[in-house]
Design a protein around this ligand. Structure first.
Ligand SMILES: Cc1cc2nc3c(=O)[nH]c(=O)nc-3n(C[C@H](O)[C@H](O)[C@H](O)COP(=O)(O)O)c2cc1C
Length: 209
């Protein structure tokens, strides 16, 4: 039941108290993201980790002034590649071969599948697919943080083009899709006391007979 208690404790914080989480705690959240499932195992996203106050303030401005950004400890910006290329796939194949100690040739069919199903997609469809994978990482991070009593706010409410500029993402070949603010809730954040609003279990689930 402790997972359910953690999930009940968690809420989308609207104001943090400015205190930093430890390197160890940050590393736990990042490791949880890294261990998340992804389609084909391709992990087609990269997470930018921001703790510098000046950068957080710039991000807050581009997030319509939402205060949890500037008052946070760290901001994680989930980004997806502008294009998943054959080279990207090749790098992944090499990694699988190395980690599992198998010849790359054993992975020829898998590589072909990735090229025909992912590389061949139109860019916008490819980016949408990569974004879905990034959201799985976001979900894992929310749970991992709650388990350590670290507060969070998942956020889509920002001007992605401005974020891309602030973080030089285009140059790096990525674009921002969603972010996660990490920190400790401010005592004055009234949202912490709001009752959770959720669908009833009957409305949300149907046992198919
Ligand atoms: C993908 C996503 C984007 C969100 N964007 C914002 C946001 O920009 N600003 C904000 O204050 N909350 C944002 N939220 C938080 C939701 O409003 C919140 O999770 C929801 O109201 C349920 O409340 P709870 O998380 O406190 O239980 C976002 C949540 C998700 C999952």
């Amino acid at each position: 039941m402790s997972l359910i208690n953690d999930l009940n404790w968690r809420y989308a914080a609207k104001l943090m108290n400015g205190k930093s989480i430890s390197d160890e705690q940050l590393n736990m959240v990042l490791t949880a993201i890294n261990l998340s499932a992804s389609s084909y195992g391709l992990q087609p996203y990269k997470v930018m980790v921001v703790s510098k106050p000046e950068t957080k303030i710039k991000l807050q401005e581009a997030a319509y002034g939402q205060l949890q950004v500037g008052s946070s400890s760290h901001v994680l910006i989930f980004t997806v590649p502008l294009k998943i290329t054959e080279e990207y796939i090749q790098n992944y194949i090499s990694l699988v071969a190395e980690e599992r100690q198998i010849p790359e040739g054993f992975l020829d069919d898998f590589k072909k599948t990735l090229e025909t199903t992912i590389v061949a997609l139109p860019t916008d469809v490819q980016q949408a697919w990569a974004t879905k994978q990034a959201y799985i990482g976001l979900g894992t991070a929310l749970v991992a943080a709650a388990e350590q009593k670290i507060d969070t706010c998942p956020m889509e409410g920002f001007d992605a083009l401005k974020f891309d500029k602030i973080l030089n993402l285009e140059e790096k070949g990525f674009k921002s899709v969603v972010m996660l603010v990490l920190g400790y809730r401010a005592e004055t954040d009234t949202y912490a006391n709001f009752k959770k609003v959720r669908k009833t279990m009957d409305n949300m689930f149907e046992m198919v007979k």
